[in-house]
Write a new protein. Structure first.
Length: 280
């Protein structure tokens, strides 16, 4: 029996959580529960180097637990190029990689993911979304030398290669990604959004950059893939099973006076509340 714990969207800098406090909390929790694998689905810091170094430090504290992570859009904001995000040699970085879980037929597959505007009514208006993104969305500062559609095409190609190999090897799959792989996972549209054209436009533009329906369709086409862990969207998102595939969200979210996404009073309580544990 293997015990796997999964978290995402801790946003330690935005939530003003001291690094040593988070390390103490998570290392102690993982140790006490004898967790075999700790997976992180992106958005730890607004800085790749801080994210990479954090997991190196956490791994040193819990050598009995294997740690793997992918990057979210926040991690990609600083100190990482597009090429580095694709080819970083960190053994804990799971993007476009697969790891077999010893003594089982399970394979862990990771990809950062991306978005292609398919959750939005602006899906066919690429230029309009790109212009809005440059002005209003923090991802506009991420190093990128291709369109969002081309980037998502690459995600799908990478994922298909790894899924095909898992199928040939008769492996059951666990998939780790940051962005939302299926529109059905989004929260219901808030009441009142369509009161004005400007509110509706902002809502649709934000949805454009949440994920891709194409990834969900691809994953659901492989019967050997059983579980997907994703992040990016905060708040309460219950597990959803479609075509034999179960999607789990385990985002901690952001705690601010004017925008509080937590269901618990402290970071420690919120992290413990949202961390997902499965046994295989």
């Amino acid at each position: 029996m293997m015990k796997i714990a999964v978290s995402s969207d801790n946003h330690l800098d935005v939530n003003r959580v001291p690094v040593d406090t988070a390390l103490d909390l998570q290392a102690d929790w993982l140790r006490r529960r004898s967790v075999d694998y700790y997976l992180f689905a992106g958005d730890l810091f607004n800085d790749y180097l801080k994210t990479r170094d954090y997991f190196a430090r956490l791994q040193a504290r819990v050598p009995q637990t294997k740690i793997y992570y992918i990057l979210g859009n926040h991690d990609l904001l600083n100190h990482v190029t597009a090429d580095q995000a694709e080819h970083t040699a960190d053994p804990r970085y799971l993007h476009n990689r697969a790891v077999d879980l010893p003594g089982s037929d399970w394979r862990l597959i990771g990809n950062n993911g991306w978005y292609d505007y398919s959750f939005s009514s602006y899906y066919q208006q690429q230029a309009a979304v790109e212009a809005w993104k440059k002005v209003y969305w923090l991802d506009g500062s991420i190093d990128q030398h291709e369109t969002d559609q081309a980037r998502m095409d690459r995600v799908l190609q990478q994922t298909r290669v790894l899924l095909d190999q898992a199928q040939r090897d008769h492996k059951r799959g666990l998939f780790l990604t940051h962005f939302v792989p299926c529109q059905h996972l989004l929260a219901p549209k808030p009441v009142g959004i369509n009161k004005t054209a400007r509110m509706e436009r902002f809502y649709q533009m934000i949805n454009a950059m949440l994920g891709s329906n194409r990834l969900g369709r691809l994953l659901e086409s492989y019967p050997n893939v059983k579980t997907v862990f994703y992040g990016h969207v905060h708040g309460v998102h219950p597990p959803l099973t479609r075509n034999g595939l179960t999607y789990f969200n385990q985002a901690v979210g952001v705690h601010k006076k004017r925008h509080d996404e937590w269901q618990a009073p402290t970071f420690a309580a919120q992290w413990k509340r949202t961390v997902r544990v499965i046994e295989l």
